[in-house]
Design a protein around this ligand. Structure first.
Ligand SMILES: *Cc1c(COP(=O)(O)O)cnc(C)c1O
Length: 358
């Protein structure tokens, strides 16, 4: 069976070295030494001031909204993402206001943001879809003009760099997911990334029951991540360049085989890409379902990612006007991509796709 993804695993002995340290330290969670080390390494790698790691990417999104005091306001967001981007806004009792995506980059259409701003708008929370950058300059300009906070859901952005800077260095806060299926993982895990000390202090407090120097001055939750997760992160961290390089080679093989047969997202200039996913856009939903069936028959599991368009979720009252996202979500497919996927398998998958295009 070939799944859409398969988790990267470091050599077991290297993980065990970190486990030995945990046994020596007898410090299992609560901002322990391995977590501190990993956060410092990530700050350096990403070129940012602060990385506050948490239990997962979803809690990171929720706490990002909390840390920036986005309460019961409207949050401008994209309908073309994983469900967590929308559900965290609703969970935090804010209203998601959907703005359609650009049909080429699949990120939010920045030319439609301003018309969605009202006097209740407090933030823009958008996604670097598949690791491709949003128009970060234009978004910051709009945010400055209207006094809005910017949160990037950077769950796909780890390892992608735009104009020489990590994509996770933009906005008031960028969040990331270190889930087992992501490019760099800590089994479960996530982070809020910021350059602002005050925001960082608030995040560190609210992920730890709201503690401030031993007093509980903030309302908090328990979003702490354990030393075992940090150990996996430290063991995986050494392999980031190798992970990205190998994925690049697989993507280039797909590119060669599928060129001219399927549509791919437009790649902007000044991007060093992380090759986290291999999405293809097909002619229509019928063709998409036909290809899925044909792949399933050979025990290959692609993923309808993202489907459905999030503005169509049953609990969303104001569905907005997002025809492009609704259209593309019906005919986009992520093909298998992971370290160790063989050239033969890539060829086999590509041939099934090609043979089912009319
Ligand atoms: C994976 C993902 C999340 C959620 O992260 P978890 O760590 O699984 O909670 C949020 N947003 C996007 C875009 C994702 O892909």
């Amino acid at each position: 069976m070939i799944n859409v993804t398969r988790s990267f695993m470091p050599p077991m002995e290297e993980y065990e070295e970190y486990l030995k340290k945990i046994w020596e330290n007898r410090w299992l969670t609560n901002e322990g030494p391995l977590l501190k080390q990993l956060q410092e390494q990530l700050e350096e790698y990403l070129g940012v001031n602060y990385v506050s790691m948490m239990t997962n990417g979803t809690i990171s999104l929720q706490l990002a909204l909390r840390a920036l005091d986005i309460e019961d306001g409207e949050v401008i967001t994209t309908p073309f993402s994983f469900v967590a981007t929308t559900s965290c806004i609703v969970w935090e009792k804010c209203k998601p206001v959907f703005v359609d995506i650009d049909k080429d980059t699949l990120c939010i259409d920045v030319n439609k943001i301003e018309e969605a701003i009202t006097d209740k708008t407090k933030a823009i929370m958008v996604v670097h879809v598949y690791g491709y950058p949003c128009d970060v300059e234009k978004i910051q300009e709009i945010a400055n003009k209207h006094g809005l906070k910017v949160i990037y859901d950077g769950a796909h952005a780890f390892g992608s760099r735009y104009k020489g800077k990590s994509l996770l260095s933009y906005g008031d806060i960028s969040t990331c997911s270190f889930h087992a299926t992501k490019l760099f993982h800590t089994i479960e895990g996530g982070a809020c990334i910021t350059n602002n000390k005050e925001i960082y202090d608030k995040l560190q407090s609210i992920k730890n029951f709201g503690s401030v120097n031993g007093n509980y001055d903030n309302v908090g939750v328990n979003g702490k991540i354990t030393e075992f997760n940090a150990a996996m992160g430290l063991a995986n961290f050494k392999y980031i360049d190798k992970i990205i390089k190998e994925r690049k080679e697989i993507c280039e093989t797909y590119d060669k085989l599928l060129e001219g047969k399927v549509v791919r997202p437009k790649v902007v200039e000044n991007l060093e890409y992380n090759y986290i996913y291999y999405p293809i856009i097909l002619k229509d939903e019928e063709e998409t379902l036909r290809i899925i069936d044909a792949l399933h028959e050979k025990e290959i599991n692609p993923r309808r990612y993202f489907y459905p368009s999030l503005n169509t979720l049953s609990y969303i009252k104001d569905k907005g006007n997002c025809p492009i996202s609704e259209d593309i979500s019906k005919r986009v497919l992520c093909l298998p991509l992971y370290n160790g996927l063989s050239k033969e398998d890539v060829t086999k998958i590509s041939n099934i796709v090609i043979n089912n295009i009319k």
